[in-house]
Each structure stands twice: as structure tokens, then as C-alpha cells.
Design a protein around this ligand. Structure first.
Ligand code: WTA
Length: 644
């Protein structure tokens, strides 16, 4: 593990002061977080900072606030009313800049549209939209009236959309006539039409015009947004919700087939995110932030929408693909807007590494002050490439570890408040108020430099309220592995300096290009193909995407493997889940290696897919015999596998 000390010039605290602050935050967590919370606008102060009834935490109980007020209203009362809130860049080069006052007007009008559609406090609204300002405005409009939004990534299929809409029983679905992706139109309305036939809870569909594609909008159930805006009021009183009123539900993959609806609060979530944002990204009034994530994921929710806007910052949103129409697109955008903070994923960095540094160096990226990475471990080579070629060897890199469930960043360098040395590939130390550790199988702290499981040892304000409609699954998934601590599902190592190195998932969840995909969810999709009886999905190391998807599928009796069948399976998965789930490799097998108890031996399949040895078998969790595994491995290697 290499070390790199970088003397960054930021408004940081001396190391000792920072470490004291960290220590104090753990000794007096409630005082610490209350002080952070006071920096937000509350209409009623909380009665209690934390109610911790494990595993359920409730922060700032009795406090009342409104997220849209915090993100918009409070800025329009200041000089920031004329400050740009959003720089939006369309894929085809069209652009829009929305000031805080414009955003305020639009959020109010959209909130009025929602009200006029019969949406009220506590109702669920599904947003299936491309990366356009309307998505963000609708999120804030929902928050304004106390409605709970669920953003469904616009790359998901009709089935995936319907599953999520049905799980939350959404009353309203908001979509667009289409979205642009690599110059093509993604027919979102048509996909939504297919989904809605399976969603009885949806009373109304609103359609945003983006691509001018010919779509049918069947009144009265469906309406164009533009028509509804004609009757919209210019002001809607913000609903003052209790701190633990859900702000949103966001689906993420787990180890079983059904995605989990992660529920986030309003108060705790905003407090955590606002604090983390200023510590990690060195908040400055004149900064221009660009987080390249899609708003359909938690990174977009927290780092494009809620944290920057709550701070009155300027945030860049780009609609399209990173390398479309040319591989210079992103660097053009940084140059065009004078981006100062650039936050992206290791997959994107590795993709650009593949194109060579020349195309980056052609651009003036001197506005950049800080770089960030999220979503997967960043390998030291990618870190260095990013640091040298994009950051010009002057910008610190914040490698931020967090999850959909944590709501906000948990482990990361904090150039806004400290100047500890960075290490390439380590997310460094936990944020103030956050206590994490690495434990072994027995739940005891793992020895230094030894791989163990990442755990969070105390509640934190951005912590999920739970899994929508399934408290048992919440308890089981996060709180049953080790008593009293939150199990993150990641492998990690703690080094001699107490720095954390997150190594990847410890469960059956893949990280493909930073997207979190459950193998069980994929297996469900594969076996729903009419010619397949059984399947197992594993990840294969990929030099760019981190992991790629490999499917082992057993065909029904009498069905012959063929290239067409493989293509058909890929199309089927695309339809069931979406393009992000399309496998890179498919193996048709005559049987899957299983333990005596009938469990698929994933380890064997992983070794086959990765062309590695099955390795050390002594740590195998299941009771299957070593010979059994070796036999299965050899059978698969010796020709029973027919590679595509
Ligand atoms: C992984 C994304 C290493 C990890 C915000 C985690 C990371 C999962 C990092 C959550 C990082 C995220 N280093 N791994 N800096 N950040 N991960 O819910 O496996 O989409 O559990 O949230 O991404 O993914 P999610």
C-alpha cells in the first residue's frame, strides 16, 4: 500500500484540533450533532436529539422543517436569489442555467401541480425521468408538500419500474416523452405505459416534454406537464414535517431477489449531508460542483440535489453519456463552467485512462481545486492518473465511502477541515461523529492490516429509517451479522495509521461500473426466461468496470445452446431489469455445482469465470466437502462449460 503525503492549502484545522474535534464528536455525539443541526433552518426545535431503539434510530425528534425551504426558500431571501443554482448541460449541447429565484418559482409551481393532482402529505410519487432539471424540481416539489419521492433510474425496464412503483404504491408517476442517450431517444413514456398497466395504485401520469417524440398522452389520467402548469399557483406553503418524516425512498439491490426500498428521513438526512458536504468538499461560496452520478442513485440525491442546494451552491448536471458525442465531452464541460469540484467514479476514470491522457491535457482544467471518487474501490493507478492528469497534481482526491443506506458520506478525507496525508486507494478516516471498524468472523476487531468486515458502531443522522414495508428484513440485513453494530456488506482493512481501505462487497452484490446489482435479482431475471430452469450469476474482475456479469444457466431438457439463445437471453434480461444488467458472458451448463445441501457453490463459479484457482478452501462457509468442490470445479473447467 503506497502512501502519498500532499501538502494541500485548504482552510483546514491543525491535525491535533481535528483529531480533538473527532474525539469530542464521539464522546458527546448528541451535542455534536445538535450543533450541526442548528445550522439548518428549523421551524420548531427538536425535543430530543436521538432516540436509539436498536436497530431503529430517530434523530431530532419533534423538530419541524421542510427540505425545499432549506434548499430554496432560505436562499431567495438573500443575495443568492440571483446566484445560479443549476447549470444544466444537455447531451446535444443545449444548456440552461437556473438561478435560485427561478428554482424557487418552479418548485412552487410544480408543488402546486402536485397538489392539483391530489397529492398530499405522505403520498408516494414515482419519478421516472432523464437527467433534466425537471427531475430535481419535482423532487423538491414533493418535499415541499410532504410527499415522498422515489426516483427510478431511467435505465430501468418496465418490469423494474412496475416492481418499484407497486412496492411503494405510488399514486402518481412522472415521466417524459423520452430522454437522450448517445444521440438516441430512450422511449421513457412507452416504457412507463407498459409498467402502468401493472400498477393499479397509479391514479395519474404526468409527462414532461423533452425530446418531442410522438407519444400518446391519454387524458384525463395522463397530462402534459406544460398543460398542468397553466393552472399552477406561484406559491405553495411548505409543509412543516417532523424530522423523521420520510424525504424519499430509494431502491437498491440486496442479496435476495427483491430490491430494497431504503427510506430516508428529512432532518437527520439533511443534517448529515450538509455537514459532510462542507467537510469533504471544502465548501466555498464561489465553488462550482459537478457530480457526474445519475440522480437515479443515492449519489445524485445527496451530492447533486440535497447537499449542494441546501448550502446554496452551484451544481452542474449533465444529461448524457460521458463519451458522447466525443470522448472530450466531460473535459469540455469542466472548461465551459469552470468546475472547481469534480466528483466521479473509478469506472469513469479507468475508461478515460484507456483513451490516453492527451485528450485531457488539451483542455484547460485549471479551475479544478478538488477531485472526488465514489461507488467502488479506486485502484492506485487510477488514483494517480486522476491526480496527475485531471487534477494537475494540485487537487486533493476525496475517496468517499458511503452507501444508499448511510445517506451521506461516512469515510473520506475532509479537506474542508483537515490536512491529513492521503493514501492512494484508501478512503482514509471516518467523518466526525462517525464510528466505524473492521471486524473478523467472530465480530471482534480484526487485526491490523487484516481483511475483515466493515461495520458502523453507532447510529448516525443520515442513517436509513428502515426498509419500506419490511422492518424484519432491515433487522436481518444490517443488524443480525454482529450484535449491536451495522453490517455494511463490505470487506475492509484498517492499516497501522487507522486508515480504512474498502476492498469490495463481502456479499452476493455486484458493483458493475459502480452500479449496485444483486446476483439474486439477476438470477430471478434469468430463470424467468422460458427456456432456462436454473441459473447462477457471479462477478468477474473487469479492468474498467470493476466487475462484469457472468451468467451460468442450465437449459430445459432438450433445448440446445445456440448464439441466438444467448442473444435472446440478453434481450430478456434487458427487458426484465434494464441495460445495466445485460451480462458480459453467458455459459450454458448441464448442471450447476452444488453442495450436498443444495446450495450453489458460487466460489467454484467465480473461479471458473475469473479463470483462477478455487484457492483456499478452508475458509468456506458452507459444509460441503473439499473433494466435492474440486470435482465440480474440474467438471466445469473440463468442457461442460461451453463458452459463447
Ligand atoms: C461501494 C454509493 C470502495 C461499497 C454511494 C458500498 C465503495 C457500495 C466506495 C454502496 C469507496 C462506495 N470505496 N467502495 N469510496 N464508495 N463503495 O449504495 O461496496 O450504490 O457498499 O452507494 O459501493 O453502493 P451504493
Amino acid at each position: 500500500m503506497t502512501e502519498l503525503s500532499l501538502p494541500f492549502k485548504f482552510r483546514y484545522l491543525p491535525v491535533k484540533k481535528f483529531l480533538d474535534m473527532y474525539q469530542k464528536s464521539l464522546e458527546e455525539p448528541e451535542e455534536f450533532w445538535a450543533e450541526e443541526a442548528r445550522k439548518l433552518d428549523w421551524f420548531r426545535t427538536w425535543d430530543k436529539v436521538l432516540e436509539w431503539k436498536p436497530p431503529f434510530a430517530r434523530w431530532f425528534l419533534g423538530g419541524r422543517l421542510n427540505a425545499s425551504h432549506i434548499c430554496v426558500d432560505r436562499h431567495v431571501k438573500t443575495w443568492r436569489r440571483s446566484k445560479v443554482a443549476i447549470y444544466w448541460e444537455g447531451e446535444s449541447g443545449d444548456s440552461r442555467a437556473l438561478s435560485y429565484s427561478t428554482l424557487y418559482r418552479e418548485v412552487n409551481r410544480y408543488a402546486s401541480v402536485l397538489r392539483n393532482c391530489g397529492v398530499g402529505d405522505g403520498d408516494k410519487v414515482a419519478l421516472y425521468l432523464p437527467m433534466i432539471p425537471e427531475l430535481l424540481i419535482f423532487m423538491l416539489a414533493c418535499a415541499r408538500i410532504g410527499a415522498i419521492h422515489t426516483v427510478i433510474f431511467s435505465g430501468f425496464s418496465a418490469q423494474a419500474l412496475a416492481d418499484r412503483v407497486n412496492d411503494i404504491q405510488a399514486k402518481l408517476l412522472i415521466t417524459a416523452d423520452g430522454g437522450f442517450r448517445r444521440g438516441k431517444v430512450v422511449p421513457l413514456k412507452n416504457i412507463a405505459d407498459e409498467a402502468v398497466t401493472k400498477c393499479p395504485s397509479v391514479e395519474k401520469v404526468i409527462v414532461v416534454k423533452r425530446t418531442n417524440s410522438p407519444v400518446t398522452v391519454k387524458t384525463p389520467k395522463e397530462s402534459w406537464l406544460d398543460d398542468l402548469l397553466k393552472d399552477a399557483a406561484l406559491f405553495v406553503e411548505p409543509e412543516l414535517v417532523e424530522s423523521n418524516h420520510p424525504l424519499y425512498i430509494l431502491y437498491t439491490s440486496g442479496t435476495t431477489g427483491k430490491p430494497k426500498g431504503i427510506v430516508h428521513s428529512t432532518g437527520g438526512y439533511l443534517v448529515h449531508n450538509c455537514s459532510a458536504y462542507k467537510w469533504v468538499f471544502n465548501l466555498r461560496e464561489e465553488s462550482i460542483y459537478w457530480c457526474t452520478a445519475d440522480i437515479g442513485w443515492v449519489t445524485g440525491h445527496s451530492q447533486i440535489v440535497y447537499a449542494p442546494l441546501a448550502h446554496g451552491a452551484a451544481t452542474v448536471i449533465y444529461e448524457g453519456a460521458p463519451d458522447y458525442p466525443t470522448i472530450e465531452r466531460w473535459w469540455d464541460i469542466i472548461e465551459k463552467y469552470g468546475v472547481t469540484v469534480f466528483y466521479t467514479s473509478p469506472t469513469a476514470i479507468r475508461m478515460f485512462m484507456g483513451y490516453g491522457e492527451e485528450m485531457v491535457k488539451k483542455h484547460d482544467l485549471s479551475s479544478l481545486e478538488l477531485l472526488g471518487s465514489v461507488g467502488e474501490p479506486i485502484n492506485p493507478e487510477a488514483w494517480l492518473w486522476f491526480y496527475r492528469n485531471v487534477g494537475g497534481e494540485r487537487c486533493p482526491i476525496v475517496d468517499t465511502w458511503w452507501q444508499t443506506e448511510t445517506g451521506g458520506i461516512m469515510i473520506s478525507p475532509c479537506p474542508g477541515i483537515e490536512c491529513l496525508p492521503l493514501k492512494r486507494g484508501s478512503a482514509t478516516l471516518p467523518l466526525p461523529g462517525v464510528e466505524v471498524d473492521v471486524v473478523g468472523e467472530d465480530g471482534k476487531p480484526a487485526p491490523m492490516e487484516q481483511r475483515g468486515f466493515l461495520v458502523i458502531k453507532r447510529p448516525w443522522p443520515g442513517m436509513l429509517l428502515g426498509i419500506h414495508g419490511d422492518p424484519e428484513r432491515y433487522r436481518e440485513t444490517y443488524w443480525s451479522h454482529f450484535p449491536g453494530v451495522y453490517y455494511a456488506g463490505d470487506y475492509a482493512v484498517k492499516d497501522k495509521d487507522g486508515y480504512f481501505w474498502v476492498l469490495g462487497r463481502a456479499d452476493e452484490v455486484l458493483k458493475v461500473a459502480g452500479h449496485r446489482i444483486g446476483t439474486a435479482e439477476l438470477e430471478d431475471a434469468v430463470v424467468s426466461h422460458p427456456q432456462i430452469v436454473e441459473a447462477a450469476v457471479v462477478g468477474k474482475a473487469d479492468p474498467v468496470k470493476g466487475e462484469s456479469i457472468v451468467v451460468f444457466a442450465r437449459l430445459k431438457e432438450g433445448i440446445e445452446s445456440s448464439p441466438d439463445l444467448k442473444k435472446g437471453l440478453a434481450a430478456h434480461i434487458r427487458k426484465e431489469v434494464g441495460p445495466i444488467a445485460v451480462p458480459d458472458e453467458v455459459y450454458f451448463v448441464t448442471k450447476l455445482p452444488k453442495t450436498r445441501s443444495g446450495k450453489v457453490m458460487r466460489r467454484v463459479l467465480k473461479a471458473v469465470a475469473n479463470n483462477t484457482s478455487i484457492g483456499d478452501l478452508t475458509t468456506l462457509e458452507d459444509a460441503s466437502s473439499v473433494e466435492e468442490i474440486i470435482k465440480a470445479y474440474q467438471e466445469l473447467k473440463e468442457g461442460e462449460v461451453k463458452k459463447k
